[in-house]
Design a protein around this ligand. Structure first.
Ligand code: ACO
Length: 326
């Protein structure tokens, strides 16, 4: 059976580290509050001249190297991001040009924190229906540039980074066994950036009103996230006629340690089987799943035949899972 197999992973995080103690100097918060309520100790912040495509290219090149392919071998590039370099062209187009993937079709998709799993699911459909053989899928964000650094509700949570995978069509037992995507647009206003688009175009007034920055109703988002993530993981397990105990690794979107703990507790999956790096990177939106995957692949935690579930929840609202046999 033709499946998409992950043959390379890569990640990149900007070098600048912003700790909770640094944030104590910006807003009324504390290292203790942030650690206790989110599990985040520090996050990475892109340099002034670093955009999402720059992070994406570094992650992509690491994945290409691991896969042992050439950029010309790539047929499709999809970038999941809500912080593109610019409105257009797509960040994926910029990546395609700069890495020399001259045979690839390239586009972005917008699904916030679920963006990587959405993008991987789209690439998987193209591979399984035989249209393309090799795809580069990237989740990348420079959230630090859309955050109001005087809003303690959001500025303590987010960070910058990029992760990438190379997918290749293969007839073996391994690969993506399923993906499940969901959207509930009735709650779009739990998490959004009001201005800068066609609703509130850029003006001096909207900048003064801070409409260019992310707004989040964190507590309400938290509750919907826990329920939706439990359901989408169960959906993946049941679809594949498995049990929670068959899952070797959960690779979650790193939104909040308490969300992750609550979800795996409801499913009776031990926290030792969850790949966590939120303490070091915070919530990097679409980048968090492929960044955590890359870490677990490179340090040898993920082994051949392991059953792995990716899951994510974010603005839209969107949520998604992918079940993979490594
Ligand atoms: N430091 C200190 N106190 C704070 C801070 C802070 N940084 N932020 C909020 N507080 C205060 C609040 O003002 C409130 O005080 P009050 O009780 O006096 O009113 C109190 O702490 C509790 O606030 P809550 O918002 O209820 O705190 P909560 O435990 O929910 O944690 C958080 C907030 C971390 C934002 C959490 O709700 C969360 O993680 N939500 C989900 C985020 C998420 O998953 N987003 C989706 C993905 S992101 C994407 O798609 C781009």
């Amino acid at each position: 059976m033709l499946r998409s197999r992950i043959i390379g992973t890569g990640a990149y995080a900007p070098s600048k580290v912003l700790t909770n103690f640094d944030l104590e100097k910006l807003v009324d918060t504390s290292d203790e509050w942030i650690m206790e309520r989110t599990g985040i100790r520090e996050r990475r912040i892109a340099a002034e001249d670093e955009a999402t495509s720059d992070l994406s290219i570094k992650a992509a090149n690491n994945a290409i190297k691991m896969a042992g392919i050439k950029p010309e071998d790539i047929d499709l590039i999809i970038v999941g991001t809500v912080t593109p370099d610019m409105f257009f062209p797509s960040t994926a187009s910029i990546v395609q040009g700069k890495i020399g993937a001259k045979n690839a079709v390239a586009f972005d998709i917008s699904a916030a924190c679920s963006g990587f799993i959405y993008a991987m699911s789209i690439a998987d459909q193209f591979i399984r229906n035989g249209t393309y053989k090799t795809a580069l899928v990237i989740g990348a964000e420079v959230l630090s540039k859309i955050i109001d650094w005087s809003d303690r509700n959001t500025c303590v949570i987010f960070g910058d980074g990029a992760g990438a995978v190379i997918l290749r069509g293969d007839n073996g037992k391994s690969g993506i066994l399923s993906t499940h995507l969901h959207t509930d647009g009735s709650m779009w206003d739990l998490l959004y950036i009001p201005g800068g688009g066609s609703r509130y175009p850029v003006s001096h007034q909207m900048i003064d009103d801070k409409l260019i920055y992310m707004k989040m109703k964190g507590n309400e988002t938290f509750k919907v996230a826990v329920k939706s993530l439990e359901a989408v993981i169960l959906e993946a397990i049941e679809h594949n006629k498995m049990k929670p105990s068959d899952v070797n690794w959960i690779i979650p979107h790193q939104a909040n340690l308490r969300i992750i703990q609550a979800v795996v507790k409801r499913l009776d999956i031990p926290i030792e089987r969850v790949v966590l790096n939120i303490e070091r990177y915070g919530n990097t939106s679409a980048a968090s799943v492929p960044m955590a995957l890359d870490e677990a692949v490179r340090d040898g935690r993920v082994k051949k035949d392991d059953v792995i579930i990716f899951e994510a929840f974010g603005a839209g609202l969107t949520w998604a899972s992918a079940l993979i046999r490594w």
